[in-house]
Design a protein. Structure first.
Length: 374
């Protein structure tokens, strides 16, 4: 059996190797052709001999083989391997149904499928259905096999950690948006009623409580947006019309605050960038930051430079020195010194691969990459 590496992984030849598990990797081959199965086993043995005394690309210490999908699923119940090499054409399952059944039986085990010499389209579809990668029968090497299996294991582990992190962030988001915000909103409501019932001597205290509660409501909303931003991964980023989002956020800002905002565009065509709709939160926070520095007028400029689109928010007042340092990553205590709104901005821009800057002490700039295929 020969194989050509599929499109799902693009490994680098020169990087340091780390075994996914200290005890080595267990491989399960699901293949009804005994010659093909022996070929894989031979590649594993030859590769182990070729790198004797060196740090291996992937240390496969055990290889198991079954020739039917049902036997593979049964074997998974007894002992779960680290990775499965799965042929799609088996006596008891054929085609992409094989992938679906295997992934359903063991969603946390990385699966690499084997396709025919003209099966690139099938391999891509198999990855869409949950496989980590595919090998196309045609020309296999021991190094290619080991590299593909290693990257499949690493991607599955990373995806599992990401799913776990996002699940915890989702729980925290619900607590912030529902429980904390509801309780603080009740404080606002009760304080508003108390203001009409207390004497003049107590009014300042009630007003202070009411103002603090209103600020807390805004803070919980920003914190919820930050939690959502922390759950963004690369797959959620895509072409986003930054120009349209800027126009929308400027309109909302002018309605909510008595500030005049002029929008200037020098970019030709749509100002599309690689981001997510949450980039609107970045624009909103930058508008508020510059407006709070003073002056009744703001100017927002949208332009482009090579493969980037830039937005500049200019005001009439000097930005606080702490804010300037935080925006350009020079705060002495790092992000620990930022307020929640600035932390949200910095986190999102970092996820987008963008860049923040400050010009003349009064202007905040944001630069984001255009999509690669734009």
């Amino acid at each position: 059996m020969d194989a050509t590496h599929g499109e799902g992984a693009q490994p680098s030849m020169g990087e340091t190797v780390t075994d996914p598990r200290k005890g080595g990797v267990e491989l399960l081959i699901v293949e009804d052709n005994p010659d093909d199965a022996r070929f894989v086993e031979r590649l594993v043995a030859e590769r182990r001999s070729a790198v004797a005394g060196e740090e291996p690309l992937l240390e496969i210490t055990a290889v198991d083989h079954v020739d039917r999908l049902g036997d593979a699923i049964e074997r998974l119940g007894d002992r779960r391997p680290d990775v499965v090499l799965l042929d799609l054409m088996l006596p008891d399952s054929r085609g992409l149904e094989t992938v679906e059944r295997m992934v359903e039986a063991t969603p946390s085990t990385p699966v690499v499928v084997l396709t025919g010499s003209d099966g690139a389209r099938t391999g891509v579809e198999a990855v869409r259905l949950g496989a980590q990668d595919y090998l196309q029968k045609g020309s296999i090497t021991g190094e290619l096999l080991h590299r593909t299996l290693r990257y499949a294991i690493e991607r599955e582990r990373n995806q599992r950690e990401l799913r776990d992190r996002n699940a915890r962030l989702e729980l925290l988001n619900r607590i912030v948006r529902r429980d904390i915000r509801n309780d603080v909103s009740m404080i606002v409501g009760w304080s508003d009623q108390l203001r009409e019932r207390v004497g003049s001597a107590d009014e300042p205290a009630v007003e202070a409580v009411l103002e603090a509660a209103r600020n807390a409501v805004e803070l919980t909303d920003t914190a919820a947006e930050l939690i959502e931003a922390l759950s963004i991964d690369e797959l959620s980023l895509g072409p986003t019309d930054l120009g349209a989002i800027v126009e929308e956020e400027v309109g909302r800002f002018e309605r909510e605050r008595d500030v005049e905002v002029a929008v200037e565009r020098t970019v030709e065509g749509p100002a599309v960038v690689r981001a997510s709709p949450m980039v609107g939160s970045v624009i909103a926070e930058l508008l508020a930051l510059v407006a709070d520095a003073g002056g009744p007028r703001l100017t927002v400029s949208i332009g482009d430079d090579d493969d980037r689109v830039s937005v500049a928010v200019a005001g009439e007042g000097e930005l606080p020195d702490a804010h300037r340092r935080a925006l350009v990553g020079q705060a002495p205590d790092g992000r620990a010194g930022m307020d929640v709104a600035l932390y949200l901005v910095a986190t999102l821009v970092e996820r987008y691969g963008g860049e923040l800057g400050v010009e003349d002490g009064t202007t905040v700039t944001l630069a984001l990459d255009r999509p690669a295929d734009d």
